[in-house]
Ligand binder design. Structure first.
Ligand code: KIV
Length: 281
């Protein structure tokens, strides 16, 4: 049965229906196809592409070229989920005058349905311009990896009343200017609860407790594919790395021992045709 494409309105409606939202990252066609087949609600082409796939240190090292390249592959694979393109640092924080143009590239060139922006000083202005251009925007507050250095590194945000108040205000301001949802990353669950209760748009938590309207994690982390250090909020739902290792090791052994390919993996030519070749060989 053909399933209906998920829209921004549908995502907003899930909060009203008290139905949780499941969001995961993807950076390529095959993984995006599997996530979509599993009926995940939102697929984020995250700028975590930098660390997870490209082996870079920081998400600020990934640019529009790489993000669009991967977003295109994801959007091509997805029939149902809402596809959100994560705007890289260079596309808005470092280049505020080109923010609309860059957001449009995610929609028109890559085929995404919406974009995501992390909170920074000029975030509201950037988000407002994109929304005015008719593009749906997801906000991101709390721990914002693109500006993590200014936040004291990769650590829980909003642990004191003053900083928690700021995060709450950031989320509320994003709702006011028309964002359709907001990612709340690495904040005490009590603060995420306040944000979730005070907004009419859905909150998608990552390290923000169970009461957010939805949850997001990096797919490579939940599948146990990445060997990188994981923060406390990551849960490994499967050990794909072990499975891959075992498959690859068996392949290597079979090649070295001439056990692969077997007859059933090989092609043959008729004896007659082979004979015709012999004199020339
Ligand atoms: O880039 C990313 O993967 C993200 C999520 C994990 C929220 O921003």
């Amino acid at each position: 049965m053909k399933k209906n494409k998920i829209t921004v309105e549908y995502i907003r409606g899930l909060k009203k229906k008290h139905e949780k939202i499941a969001m995961l990252t993807a950076y390529d066609f095959p993984l995006a196809e599997i996530l979509d087949h599993a009926d995940v609600d939102i697929i984020l082409v995250g700028d975590s592409l930098a660390n997870v796939v490209l082996g870079l240190q920081s998400t600020t090292e990934v640019g529009m070229t790489e993000m669009l390249h991967h977003a295109k592959a994801v959007a091509k694979a997805v029939k149902r989920a809402l596809v959100v393109g994560d705007m890289p640092f260079e596309s808005y924080q470092a280049n505020q005058e080109r923010v609309v143009e860059n957001a449009q590239k995610f929609i028109q060139e890559a085929g995404c349905d919406a974009v995501k922006l992390e909170w920074f000083d000029g975030c509201l202005e950037c988000a407002r311009k994109i929304i005015d251009a008719g593009i749906a925007v997801m906000g991101h507050v709390g721990l914002t990896p693109q500006t993590a250095e200014q936040l004291g590194g990769f650590k829980v945000q909003g642990k004191d009343a003053l900083s928690a108040q700021k995060i709450i205000e950031h989320a509320q301001a994003l709702e006011q200017i028309g964002c359709f949802s907001v990612v709340v990353e690495c904040v005490p669950q009590e603060i995420a609860n306040i944000i979730t209760e005070s907004l009419s748009i859905p909150t998608i938590g990552i390290g923000a407790g169970v009461n957010c309207d939805g949850q997001v994690l990096v797919t490579h982390d939940i599948l146990g594919l990445a060997s990188r250090h994981h923060p406390k909020f990551v849960k490994k739902f499967f050990d794909l790395r072990s499975g891959i290792l075992s498959g690859v090791e068996t392949f290597i052994h079979e090649v070295k021992d001439s056990k692969f390919p077997e007859q059933k993996h090989s092609y043959t030519i008729s004896k007659e045709e082979l004979e015709k070749l012999r004199p020339n060989c």
